[in-house]
Design a protein around this ligand. Sequence first.
Ligand SMILES: [Zn+2]
Length: 767
Amino acid sequence: MKDIKHLLTALLLVAAPFVATAQSTDSVDVRDYDVSLDFSSGLPYRGHAVVSLSLLRPCQSIGLELIGTVDSVFVDGQRLATPNISEIPAADRPAGQEFEVEVYYRLNGYVESSGWGGLHVESGMTYNLGVGFGINPHCVGRAVFPCRDSFTDKATYTLRITAKENWSAECSGVLQSRTMDANQMEHSVWRIDQPVCTYLVGISQAPFSRLDTTAGGYPLTIGYTDAQNINTVRRVFALLDTVVPMFERCFGPYRWHRIGYIPTSRGSMEHVNNIALAYQAMASMSDEGQSTIAHELGHAWFGNLVTCQTEGDMWINEGGATFCSEVAREATHGRGSSNALYQKNLESVVRTTHRTDGNQYRPLHDMPHGYTYGSTTYDKGALVWHSLRGLMGDSLFYASMRTLFSRCAFGNLDAYALRDSLMAYSGMDLTDFFRQHVFRPGFVDYRAELVRGDNPQRVMVRLRQQGIGTDSLVSTARLPLTFVSYEREELIRWIDAQFTDDVAEVWVDLPWEPSYCVLDLECAVSDAATVVHINTTPDRTYAYDAVHATVRAGDESQPLNLHIEHHFGHPYDTDTIAGIVRTVNRYWVVNGDRWTAENIECRFRFVRANNTSSDYAYLDPDFYLRTPTYDSIALLWRPNTEHPWRVMTRTKSGNRDEGFLRMRNLRCGEYTIAVVDSNLLSIEDAESSDPKICLFPNPVPQGAGIGLDVPTEQPFRVEIFDTAGRRVWSASGCRSGQTIRPNLVAGTYLVRIENNFISLHSNLIQL
Ligand SMILES: [Zn+2]
């Protein structure tokens, strides 16, 4: 389900209800509800329900719940002297024997304290929403019929609806009959043959128009009101032709015979066969609306078919359905678009979810009642389903999910049973994954860096980790790294890292010498980082909010193949440097096929303090509150982790509260933003500040070798670029004191010298 952020005023006729409550126990199994509702005479609505149930163990009495007025109660045809459904005598009944409780009752409509769940009686429509945010238990089937509201007691249903004059009903189940009587009252009968929870039963009546069509081979009925026209409705639901087959390929067959949607003013809810959809999503095309249509349909698997065992594992339902929006986007727009949606969600979750869920990073499992339907459940839940897919790989993940939805159909699972089932189906050990992502709070940020040895095709990957919102570091991690060669070839390798404290080192053999590596370029694992790949062309601007950076390629710029990672981790090695007062808890890693990129400007976003008016509120909490002057904010850079940070610029755009720090000629390396004490740290001249390497002679005559004097004991790589940025010569495994003979034509060149400890460059003139 999904809430509408800004509820529109609706005419609500809410009488103070009589609330019959009963202690939920597991002593009863309801098998079937046969519910008749008569809307024809207006409020109070008259109801009649026959509840077929049995005892799971002998007990003195059992209870049903109803938010309404009970008029009379019969047990197996015998009228009870006192119409009290919360205490129905059952003393002499054996366990397992079915019996019937028949209840005559009245409803006046009911809306729970958050204004969402219940039975809404509006001027143009009557409908229920089966879940309430502000009520315990969250299931509110009892707003419509006497029942046992729980996530585990599943039953079948017959719904018999008499609609208001000239109105028509849309309900959960398959339509059995629809007839009109002499008074223009519609009588309809609906049957749900599959066992489902009470909260999934949707009833509605309105002066509906209907679009009867098909989607993915299933009957599709859209009930819409006059505010929308049929062409819009057709366009809005066209995605289902693609999405239903995609969901079936991923998760197995759709088990509910037909698909249906109706509009509501309050929000969206996944009632079986009769999805309540926020009317905005039905009235016009929007990404959010399309996403909601897919989310609610995704519940046909996540929640409706396999339900969380308790509300504490609601992420299985809601995180799964939110993940389905991403799968739907992949079906309609391709993987690039769904990855962008995923990264937008990831950025938002790491930045804000702990704020909106009570200023606390929360584990997905065992969620407290008040946060059952919070951002952690929905949004972090979706990330974790996404990561599980990434870790297992598409074919194994979806095969395991299809097995899960087949073997656990119409049942319940908690996080442990889910983990153990997927492990059994896939043969993969998911213990560490569930421990990190489901049973613990927060995130882990990984930083990967290459360390070069004597063999250029054999490199060590040094990984560092830090916890975000958790003190627990992982002992093992399986991470995808993309290696990029000097010729722009790319190769993905999954690295199995064993961490000792916060560091892991893994040797990797490659078919060529890598220039650099990028962590999780394909968006497979939900660490606390996002990444973009840009191929620049001159005179273009690239704004990537997911990495909080904007790249501007100038008119004169050479094309650049660029990867920017944005990490929500504290920048390493800043805390001990005199002059750095405070940094943001973020850093960037920029890699590309040139060391420096003339005329390519990169802007790095900052947001002052906790500025909640920003689209990126809480990006830099508590970073900039106490700074004495605005001018002390600065961009720090270093070529890699072996170098000290340097102040590169204080050039800003934006306003006092938020904006960007601008690096005019982009360099590869690490960046972060700091408040600096300018008496202790001065701004480097970005164009000439590198420690000089010594090339001799320079200028170098034709035919002469070039001696290298470089301040490192380690082997390094030498690359020589012409003034157009083309690499004209390169060699690996060079050492200080060596002489190279590149045989260049006369001209000016840039010489770049790099290993894991240094990254230097110098001009060279060939005579
Ligand atoms: Zn949902």
